[in-house]
Design a protein around this ligand. Structure first.
Ligand code: AMP
Ligand code: MG
Length: 343
């Protein structure tokens, strides 16, 4: 499907009056009637469609070029909506919802009938969350239906953290974009399967394993998160993701980066370095991008995808990146960087 024009709605998300905005009403209504509309969440921009409408959900897959076996997360405005979608909600899942919703934690449950089949890619389970962003919550409330929403980027590209990123990838391919400024967390939600006694972590994100274990005790981690030879239990994790056009190489010992840069430049390549505020003066390259502060890993997460897109914008052929400690949100950062580097 192609659109002559992709509508842009601009909202001021600093005011909490978002709910009353005519723009948000219209965006919600378009979703309700079967259109695909992008909107900001606290993680990244999502591309939303009515999760009960198969034709609408198919438009998401078409616009993104997303493989049909990669299921979508259903976004809801409140806990009441959960009952229509899922069954067998465990005590642990209830504790997690009390602790982290609205927020960047997606939970997987056994599904009820009625959800459009493409949302779950034929699985008996469905992934659900309540986002913690006033614009997302207002659009969901106006839509009045559960909304399937993957990241609003072309499949394989870095996820969008600004409306411009969405527009760059999807203009002419979707009905509209709600511009609510830069998203906060910057990496996608944590995905946790709650259908077994001991929940299983499929994707690290803004809510960390430690946060979860403080609430419900020990959880398992899908072995595919650490090993490339394991088939992941979350279909989306098998695909290349988040990748810039340039080749991305993660360098454990940052004292080697400058020599790598010099070497590639000698071979005629346009070279980038992904670093942080603390070290940006240490490098000479065609493009040196400081992605937040190493001392505050949350800021690195916020700016990670925007930085990868900036290298593309500058036509960089090869990017050398520092690595980050795998603590807190650093686990999610390294998961995304490793996937973007094709490992
Ligand atoms: P995205 O919407 O691009 O953030 O990706 C959603 C992620 O959630 C993908 O990695 C999916 O594989 C995962 N996911 C969604 N639904 C399920 C499900 N029912 N079972 C396992 N993983 C799921
Ligand atoms: Mg995605």
């Amino acid at each position: 499907m192609s659109y002559k024009q992709t509508k842009m709605w601009t909202v001021d998300n600093s005011e909490d009056k978002s709910r009353s905005h005519a723009e948000l009403k219209e965006a919600g209504l378009w979703i309700k009637k079967g259109e695909v509309v992008a909107f900001p969440t606290e993680t990244v921009y999502g591309l939303g469609a009515n999760a009960l409408d198969e034709a609408a959900v198919k438009k998401i897959f078409a616009a993104k070029g997303r493989p049909s076996d990669n299921p979508l997360i259903v976004h809801i405005a409140n806990r009441q909506q959960l009952a229509e979608l899922v069954r067998d909600v465990s005590a642990k899942a209830n504790m997690l919802m009390d602790a982290f919703w609205p927020g960047p934690l997606t939970l997987i449950f056994h599904k009820k009938a009625g959800i459009a089949p493409s949302v779950t890619a034929g699985l008996p389970t469905v992934a659900v969350r309540i986002p913690n962003h006033p614009v997302a919550l207002a659009v969901l409330a106006e839509a009045g239906v559960p909304v399937a929403a993957p990241s609003a980027n072309l499949s394989g590209k870095p996820s969008p953290t600004k409306a411009e990123h969405v527009y760059h990838d999807l203009a002419g391919r979707i009905a509209g974009v709600v511009d609510g400024g830069l998203t906060g967390v910057g990496v996608e939600s944590t995905v946790l399967d709650c259908t077994s006694d001991i929940p299983v972590l499929y994707r690290p994100g803004g809510v960390t394993k430690e946060h979860i274990e403080r609430v419900i005790g020990k959880i398992e981690v899908d072995p595919a998160l650490h090993r490339n030879d394991e088939a992941p239990r979350s279909p989306g994790m098998k695909y290349t993701h988040y990748a810039p056009k340039g080749e991305l190489i993660l360098v454990e010992d940052k004292s080697l980066i400058q020599a790598y840069v010099d070497n590639e430049q000698k071979r005629g390549k346009k070279v980038g370095v992904l670093t942080t505020e603390e070290a940006k003066e240490d490098y000479r390259a065609d493009s040196v991008i400081a992605c937040g502060k190493r001392e505050q890993l949350e800021t690195v997460a916020t700016h990670l995808y925007g930085s990868l897109r900036q290298f593309d914008h500058e036509g960089v052929d090869i990017i050398f990146s520092e690595i980050f400690p795998e603590e807190g949100v650093g686990v999610a950062i390294m998961n995304r960087l490793s996937k973007a580097a094709g490992k």
